[in-house]
Design a protein. Structure first.
Lengths: 440, 440
């Protein structure tokens, strides 16, 4: 809590964080109307100044081409007028959401007249470290401002010019609004040391959200001294129970795997109950092949189709993000649960079954952010789940688990109101409060 | 999420953690009745076997005396029959609380028929690192078991024999119940290396709660790679506004400071609006002196009383936990807020005022876990706030802020139920979901 005076940092990271922290103070108590007006101004400016954003984007794309970056990187990087219109529309949709700040999440008046309330307040300063996909820049800024937080944006060097242009446009728009301009900051520096400075900026950064590959997330989780919200590593499973409707199972499997294989909520592993394997697997393996999916199977799966590639230990743990899936036959629902417990990433697992008892046992035993019954894993998305825009899927258990929507970007403040309430000499209520601890 | 196979650890810490993780699996889905029956058995056993616990405690007390430990340490350490009866009563009170596990915290059926529910589930394995106060051992065990979590207890070496006896009694009682015995584990080893092993046991420890001095908490926060919940550093302020009722202000101040100075929710700093200083301070300083409190004041406070000790920069940031208080005169409510923002620990700040506008401004601008209006800071305690037994006061913003009661020892699981729901080719809802990120 105590303000940290920024010691000079090599690239100015701590100075940017300190400016964000100063901006966060007035931002935290702005009205919803003021924040929404600022977001509308940002959306207007993105459209009005699309030319300079696209010009910057062309420079990034040309540099990436010259550097021989793969087509997948270029795909993410490229923007056009329609892309900017989409970003502006998202900013307006965030503006239209209810303001999470100030919401009362608990209230009670005790017999002694003490009024106890808990209200939602912003976290303060949120830092994002993410990949070279420019729409993430505006989306993250919009969600943080809406929830009353200042934001530090640290994108990829591959999108440096585009991100700089976007942030210049956003800050330009904020200059005419009640939101302080410094509430949106680009983190200077593209090398690893700037990430390190963010990770250890205790007192300046209230939450760090890394978005990207396993390597980045592991580095951040292991090295950070500021609070971290892990997102999105998804080794998602589809389990076809003995009581599944085979046609529904095939439809859910194909949608989970093949509708968009590059997403964190795409299925990466198929588990089939032995009693339904003869019925289900021949058609399923043919349909996966038809959809261009390579199956990495155990010996029992391989017995059904010669195109199956033998699965290795690495396959069971893999998040392919590609048209590949691992597959195994299991002898029971409990064996499926044990497999998921061993190899899963805690993101999403789906069971297909007509048995209410099997569905109940699976949802009870599987310890993941989301458990789905007769639903494609692809539904695990804040919008599809009716929770509004989100910044990712949390696969950790503390603070937020599942979609990280506006409420998850806030914290709580208790407000006690009395009329001179003082405590008597009576012993404290039971528990480990610091009273019990400190004695006296 | 993936299970971590414990590499052999020097003192067996990881083996204990792995045993706790195995026990956490069946514990997570036990009924409330089964957990409550186990807690009643624990309470019975504590009373029935009080003799061996007290004998062990005498050994610890004698060793502490021989080592020349200060009286405050001995005070915390000593147990007697009444103390054990109190611990058993607390365990029964925890059993009587409602089961937090399984509670539905969100539910919605979307227009397309998708059923979305969020339910409370246990975190898994919780580790406590705490001081030499034996009742904390039983209290933490009871709260963790009630919330469906296995617990790793790492007390102080000064209480080694007592803690071992208590944990042996608890485990003995669990042997006859549905709760696995290994759900309560004493962490072997008393040196710093055992804390380090706990701090870095990713995949085995879901939440680490350090309870103790600033040094311990800083070490844990900076070195841990498992999630941490900071507790209890309280540099709490009482601000006497220009519109305060002076009698109420004096009563709230004395109670906040002197009712139990060794607790985290005791006031450590007094701020007085300049316009009420002449009215309030002479009587307040006399009353504090009368109560045995030393005032460390700024020059303006010192002008009212020759007994005031000049305050240093360290005083403003100090958590004395003793009959000392820092005191300053401020020229406005906003100056009081700025002082708190600079020096506070984010625990609790109390304003005394008759002005609704001043109360509203203070509660809005102060960024602490609890803000109190015309209430002694000593009310900040789960029991006093009507939230039930707690394991401490969180001063961090993520996961839990304020009293850490049973709900704060749980996480969420989303359950999606459909009838073969698959996603179409329509674009994803706006936001930064991994869809937006990964492209495709």
């Amino acid at each position: 809590m105590s303000e940290k005076s920024p010691t000079a940092s090599r690239g100015g990271v701590l100075e940017a964080a300190a400016a964000a922290r100063r901006a966060a103070v007035p931002l935290a108590t702005l009205s919803g109307a003021d924040k929404d007006a600022a977001l509308e101004a940002v959306a207007d400016a993105l459209l009005a100044r699309s030319g300079e954003i696209l010009q910057a984007n062309r420079r990034d794309v040309e540099a990436a081409l010259a550097a021989g970056k793969p087509e997948s990187v270029l795909d993410r990087l490229r923007m056009d007028e329609a892309g900017i219109a989409g970003v502006a529309a998202t900013v307006r949709q965030v503006a239209a959401l209810p303001d999470p700040v100030g919401e009362t999440t608990y209230s009670s008046v005790l017999p002694n007249g003490l009024d106890v309330r808990r209200i939602r307040v912003p976290l303060g300063v949120i830092a994002f470290v993410y990949e070279g996909r420019p729409n993430a820049t505006a989306d993250a800024a919009a969600l943080c401002l809406k929830s009353g937080n200042a934001v530090l944006l640290r994108g990829s060097s591959v999108a440096r010019a585009t991100d700089s242009a976007l942030i210049a446009v956003i800050r330009g728009a904020l200059a005419g609004t009640a939101v302080p301009v410094d509430a949106v900051q680009r983190v200077p520096g593209d090398d690893r040391s700037s990430v390190w400075e963010l990770m250890t900026a205790r007192g300046l950064v209230d939450l760090l959200i890394p978005r990207g590959g396993t390597g980045l997330i592991r580095t951040v989780v292991e090295g950070a001294t500021v609070p971290v919200l892990e997102t999105g590593i998804g080794n998602c499973h589809v389990y076809v129970d003995e009581d599944a409707d085979p046609a529904m199972a095939l439809s859910v499997l194909l949608n989970s795997k093949a509708q968009r294989p590059s997403t964190c909520n795409a299925a990466e592993s198929l588990l089939v109950h032995a009693k339904i394997a003869d019925t289900f697997l021949p058609a399923a393996l043919a349909a996966l092949r038809e959809a261009g999916v390579t199956v990495h199977g155990d010996a029992r799966v391989a017995g059904y189709d010669r195109a199956v590639v033998p699965a290795t230990e690495e396959d069971w743990a893999a998040e392919y993000l590609s048209p590949d899936i691992s597959a195994a036959v299991v002898d029971s629902l409990d064996d499926a649960v044990a497999h998921i417990r061993r190899y899963g990433s805690g993101h999403t697992e789906s069971v297909v079954t007509r048995s209410a008892a099997a569905a109940e046992r699976f949802t009870s035993l599987v310890d993941s952010a989301v458990v789905a019954v007769n639903v494609s894993t692809r539904y695990v998305d804040g919008g599809e789940m009716g929770l509004g825009a989100e910044v990712g899927i949390s696969t950790q258990k503390v603070h937020a688990r599942g979609p990280i929507a506006l409420a998850e970007l806030t914290t709580a403040k208790y407000v006690l109101t009395g009329d001179g309430h003082i405590r008597g000499a009576a012993p404290a209520a039971p528990g480990l409060s610091c009273d019990a601890l400190s004695g006296g």
